[in-house]
Design a protein around this ligand. Structure first.
Ligand code: GLY
Length: 319
């Protein structure tokens, strides 16, 4: 992949809901930090997306818990919130953790909610009627073949995960009754490289479960010297393999972004995991090279440069 000169932004599947607005910020000379936050907020507010923000799918108790993080390449400053309830824009709270609580990097649960309340963030009901219906239907059809919206087939690992989760649901009455994540990486005119990730995590997850999206080096990593990388998919595999940091280290060792992503996914794929499901990743370098890889055929990532008239879709290399 040849280098792109000037501002560039890339993101996972479904990031196209926010990437054009984020590129407007970069075109106007704004910061990568503002662009990533703006882009992910729009994705979090997209009610048609059930894997992030408002209308995200709930945990085993039927409650939506969100994870998000943001990382700045020049300083390796990092802010994150995890298992946060009732706040629709966790990416903005993650940014505030980074900027206003530099002695910390990650706040979870009640503590994250108290911080958001203190800063005056608005609360909202995140479980929309449509997401609630999807959740209830999913409980009825636990053996369904496809995970709607992720454009993929459930693996046997997904099935085992959902069966194990259903056991949790049964144990955790009362309850009411697919997964996904969005990440965006931006390079601005000043050369700053910022990576952000936001998710409602795995549906049916154990309450309090936190995936890779809120953990530096797992689902999110940015280092201005080499590159930034982010993951979507089975977060436990990205956590166990340190996937995002591995990708950046692979770039540091001289690999292209695509090769670096592929090598990291192969490393994760070698781990034993009864709940195996797909992992995807993408990376962007400070000189504008980009690439992605995926555990399945047909995956893409979204890209815009200053000259793009709209989101462009690039293939990820399948494993
Ligand atoms: N990759 C998102 C999650 O596992 O929660």
């Amino acid at each position: 992949m040849s280098a792109v000169h000037g501002p560039i932004i890339i993101g996972s599947e479904r990031s196209e809901a926010g990437i054009p607005a984020a590129m407007e910020i970069l075109r106007a000379g704004g910061s990568a930090l503002d662009a990533v936050e703006r882009g992910l907020r729009m994705c979090e507010d997209n009610l048609e997306d059930h894997y992030i923000g408002t209308s995200g799918l709930p945990n085993a108790r039927g409650i939506v818990e969100l994870d998000a993080s943001i990382m700045v390449g020049s300083t390796r400053a990092f802010g994150a919130v995890a298992a946060i309830k009732n706040y629709p824009n966790p990416i903005s709270i993650a940014r505030k953790v980074m900027e206003e609580l530099p002695q910390h990097a990650l706040l979870v649960g009640e503590g994250a909610e108290a911080f958001a309340e203190y800063l005056g963030f608005s609360k909202a009901e995140l479980l929309t009627p449509e997401a609630k219906k999807l959740w209830k239907d999913q409980l009825k059809t636990i053996n369904s073949e496809s995970i709607e919206g992720e454009n993929t087939k459930a693996t046997t690992g997904d099935e085992r995960y959902r069966m194990a989760s259903l056991e949790l649901v049964k144990r955790m009455a009362p309850h009411e009754g697919p997964w996904g994540t969005i990440n965006i990486i931006a390079l601005d005119k000043s050369g700053e490289l910022v990576c952000g990730v936001s998710t409602s995590g795995y549906p049916y997850k154990h309450p309090g479960r936190v995936g890779d999206s809120a953990v530096p080096g797992a689902g999110n990593y940015s280092d201005i010297r080499y590159g930034a990388a982010a993951c979507t998919g089975r977060g436990e595999l990205a956590l166990r393999s340190g996937a995002a940091r591995t990708i950046v280290e692979n770039i540091r060792a001289g690999m292209s972004p695509e090769d670096a992503c592929t090598a990291a996914l192969l490393e994760a794929a070698a781990l034993p995991d009864d709940f195996r499901a797909e992992l995807r990743c993408l990376a962007l370098t400070p000189d504008g090279r980009h690439g992605g890889a995926s555990g399945m055929q047909g995956s893409t990532y979204t890209l815009m440069t200053e000259h793009s008239t709209g989101p462009e879709f690039h293939p990820r290399r399948p494993l």
